[in-house]
Design a protein around this ligand. Sequence first.
Ligand code: MSP
Length: 510
Amino acid sequence: MSKFYITTPIYYVNAPPHLGHAITSVLADIVARYHRLSGKEVFFLTGTDEHGAKILRASEKAGREVSSFVVEIRESFRNLSPALNLSNDDFIYTPDKKRHWPGAQKLWQKLKEAGDIYKGKYKGLYCVGHEAFVTEKDLVGGKCADHDEKPQLIEEENYFFRLSKYTAEIKRRIESKELLILPESRRNEVLALMGEGLKDVSFSRPSQDISWGIPVPGDESQTMYVWCDALSNYISALGYGSEDETKFLKFWPADIHFIGKDILRFHAAIWPGMLLSAGLLLPRELVVTGMIQVGGRKMSKTLGNVADPFELVEHFGADAVRYYLSREVPVFDDGDFTQEKFSQAYEGNLVNGLGNYVQRISTMVRNYFDSRLEKPAEEEILKAPLKKGEVEYVSVPYFIEKIVFPEYKKTMDNLELNRASDAVFGLLKELDGYVQHYEPFHLIETDKEKTRVVLWNLAYGAVSLAWFLAPFLPQTSDKIFDIFGVVGKPQSEWNTFVVKEHKALFPRKL
Ligand code: MSP
C-alpha cells in the first residue's frame, strides 16, 4: 500500500483559531480523505507552534503564565478537529519535550555537524508578528504593513544557519519540480527570490531575551529560532530523533505541506535548506493557499476581523463550513468571507440544492415504490436518457462515469478542490434538470414503469453525489448512503435502493 504524508502548518497559539486557520486544515483534510479513500496509507498531521516572542507577548498581555496560557489555546486548536470533522492522525505541539524537542535538537545537531551553524553578530529589525527579521523595504511608514507595528531594532550575538550555501541546490530542485510548488505563480515568486541568492539566517536568540523555546544543544545561553523549532515538527512528529524512527522512515518525505502564502518563504527556502544540510529528503510538494479576506483585507487577529469557526459550526453544522471553505473560496486565490455570503451559499446550494434534491427523490421512492427500487433492465434504462443541451447521454450512470468522474478526478489530483466541488454541484444541476425534464411526480400518473426508471437514475445520482462528496462533506455523504441503503457498498453494488425516511440534510436557517 503506498503511503501519503500530508501536513498543515502548526498554528500560533497567541489567540484561538479563526476561519483563516480552519480553511488550511479543512483543505488538507479533504486531500487526506481523498487519498485514504483511494486506498493509500495516509498520515495527516496538524498541531500548534507555541514558542517565541509572539506567544510570550500574548501571554503577558493576557496577564498569564505562558506555559498555562498555551495549553488553553492549544486545546481550542485541538478542538477544531472534532468540530470540523478533521481526520488528522496526530497533533503535535512544540513545548512537548518528549515528542518534539528530541527531533528539533537532532536536526540542529545535524546542521552543526555539516558545518552550517556558526556564531555571528546580528543587527536588524525584528518583527514579532512575523517572527522574522524584516528590512526597511518591508515597512510602510516605519511599520510592518501586515502587523501594523514598529519592528524592534535588535543587535546581538547568535547562531546563524548557512542557508546561502544551498541557494543553487534549492533552486535546482524547485526548477526541476522535484520540489513542486503549486500554484505556478507562487513557484515563480520563489524562484525570483532565489535569483537574488538566499542569505544566511539568524537561527537563535539569547535565552536572556527569549527563554520560551528550545535551548540550543550544547549552548543553553541561546534559544532556537522559533521557525527552526517549528519547521522541524514535520519530522519530530514522525519520531525523528526519538528511540523509534520507524514512522519517520515510513512516511518521510512529506507528500504535501499545505501552507498559506504568507509562510511560503520559510517553507521554500529555510526548510529545504535545513533538510539538505541534514542529508534528508525534501518534501515533494508545497501547496500554497490564498487568504480568507474580509472586505479585501486578510482575516487576522491583529486586524480584529475574525470569524469564529466554532460559532459557524454551531449554527450551520460542520459540513456547511467545510462546503463554504472548499467551494466558495478558491484554493489558490484570496477569497472573501461575509456572513451574508455564507448564509446565501448555505441556503442556495445546500438547503435548496443538495438537501432538497435528496429529500424529493427519497420521498418519491417511498411514496410511489414502497421505498424500494430495483435496478431496471438495461434496455429500460435506455428509455430515459439524460439530455444536456443538444447532447443525449444514454443514462445518468453513463453521464457520471464519462463526464463527471474524469473532471472530478483531474481537478482533485491537481488540488483544484473548488473546481472538483463545482463538478459535483454541476452534476446536481444536471440531475435537477433531469427531474424537470421527466417530471416523475406527473409521470407516475400515466407510466409507472418509466417513473421507476427515472427515479432509479435519480437515486443513483444521489448516491453518486454522496460518493464524490465523501472527502468534502463526510457527514452528509454518510447520511445519503444511509438514506438510500447502500452504506459500505461499492459502486458495482448500487443496484437496489431501499430508502429511509429522514430529516432534512440541511435545516433552513432564514
Ligand atoms: N506558526 C506559523 C507556521 C509554522 S509551520 C512550520 C504560522 N502560524 S499562523 O497561525 O500564523 O498561520 C498558520 C496558517 O494559517 C498559515 O498557513 C497562514 O497562512 C494561515 N492563515 C492565517 N490567516 C489566514 C487567513 N486569513 N486566510 C487563510 N489562511 C490564513 O504562520
